[in-house]
Write a protein that binds this ligand. Structure first.
Ligand SMILES: *Cc1c(COP(=O)(O)O)cnc(C)c1O
Ligand code: SF4
Length: 375
């Protein structure tokens, strides 16, 4: 933990309770930093920068847990954790982006349920998150204030799912669904499990990364009851892999819930082969499988964090052959207006005909491979 940040954040606390408070997720949320005025206690922003940030945060609020803040090296101006959670005046810049480029509102079949692929559906349970990532695709939701789906909205979601027997995979997402009480989460899982055609439930949460304290024994005991369950999380940088986050992942894994990671390619955070390789290799050591690497969506207020598409392809190309295949995520662009995820691969297939394929090897060699054809 960065001692400076610890001093600032826990100084009012009584010394004896310090560590147990730090490990309590409600304490973490209660002590989150969400006011621009508090940023000057930690970082050296000029007055005009602070003024700019006040304006930005009216549109795109921010909040950071003391835990996640403690991962920042305050003396590093381009710290990869800081880039993800501390607002920037560049959020105002115009980069030809939109509020909802993926057309999620159009694919919402009832409030809180996005049904884009025939066999899968995504529930947005709340718009609240422990940390508001500056690159968030659902940044537009933040302006609406903090909401949680009502019982009535949930009932409509369950009814829709019951009526659509082709849905076999449901993603419980948000915001961060694990910000709800364990009791409320159990209610949702229990209701979903009464629908016989739902084979798997996935939980999309960034808690293991930004609020690992949330993964407590009580929560894990509840999750365990509703398997087959898969958990998707969102690590973007190897500095996020700490003792605490590793412990949180281990608890989930020991309950028989596999963890996959969906990262976003972000300028100055993880947009180099070295940074991405370090992240993905470290993820394997804590039992987390890199699943997707997303091109950052063209969302208003995120343009300054976006990279070229070539960058993502180059990273994937360099990783192949130089690290475990298990460490290599699929690079995807989320298609505009509900086109769905589109995987991008470096091109290894130069030509394919009835007789042979012309292939490019990972070491750069080009060779012919006989095509057995259809017998
Ligand atoms: C990403 C996503 C899914 C799940 O896609 P997978 O490729 O199966 O992980 C489902 N619904 C929506 C709306 C999504 O954005
Ligand atoms: S955790 Fe996910 S939903 Fe929440 S702010 Fe970050 S990117 Fe957005």
């Amino acid at each position: 933990m960065d001692t400076l940040i610890e001093e600032i954040l826990v100084k009012e606390d009584e010394p004896p309770g310090r560590l147990s408070e730090w490990n309590n997720w409600n304490w973490q949320l209660k002590n989150s930093v969400s006011e621009v005025s508090r940023l000057k206690e930690i970082f050296s922003f000029s007055d005009s920068e602070l003024e700019g940030l006040e304006k930005i945060t009216l549109k795109y609020p921010f909040a950071v847990t003391p835990y996640y803040l403690s991962l920042i090296s305050v003396n590093l101006p381009d710290d990869p954790i800081k880039k993800q959670c501390i607002p920037s005046i560049q959020e105002n810049d115009d980069f030809q982006t939109q509020d909802d480029p993926l057309g999620e509102e159009e694919d919402s079949v009832v409030p809180g349920l996005i049904h884009r692929y025939p066999d899968r559906a995504l529930i947005t349970l709340t718009d609240m998150c422990p940390v508001y990532c500056r690159h968030c695709t659902r940044k537009r939701e933040w302006k609406k204030g903090k909401w949680v789906r009502t019982e009535n909205e949930l009932k409509n979601i369950y009814d829709y799912l019951k009526d659509h027997k082709q849905i076999r995979d449901v993603i419980v997402s948000g915001g961060d669904p694990l910000l709800l009480s364990t009791h409320k989460i159990e209610g949702v899982l229990k209701n979903l499990r009464t629908i016989p055609h739902l084979e798997i439930i996935r939980i999309g949460t960034r808690c293991p990364v930004v609020l690992p304290q949330r993964i407590d024994d009580e929560l894990v005991a509840v999750l365990k009851k509703y398997r087959p369950l898969w958990l998707n999380t969102h690590f973007n940088h190897s500095n996020e892999i700490t003792e605490e986050s590793a412990r949180a992942c281990d608890k989930i894994l020991c309950a028989g819930i596999p963890i996959n990671n969906q990262s976003v390619l972000l300028k100055g955070v993880n947009d180099s082969v070295e940074a991405m390789k370090r992240l993905c290799e470290k993820l394997l050591t804590i039992g987390v499988r890199p699943y997707y690497l997303f091109q950052c969506d063209p969302v208003n207020g995120t343009g300054y964090l976006r990279t070229s598409i070539q960058k993502g392809l180059e990273i994937i190309k360099q990783m192949r052959g130089s690290t475990s295949g298990l460490a290599i995520p699929t690079f995807v662009i989320d298609g505009l207006s509900g086109q769905g995820k589109i995987p991008l691969q470096p091109n290894y297939l130069i030509d394919l005909n009835e007789d042979h394929a012309l292939l490019k090897g990972c070491r750069g060699g080009i060779f012919k491979y006989h095509n057995p054809g259809e017998k």
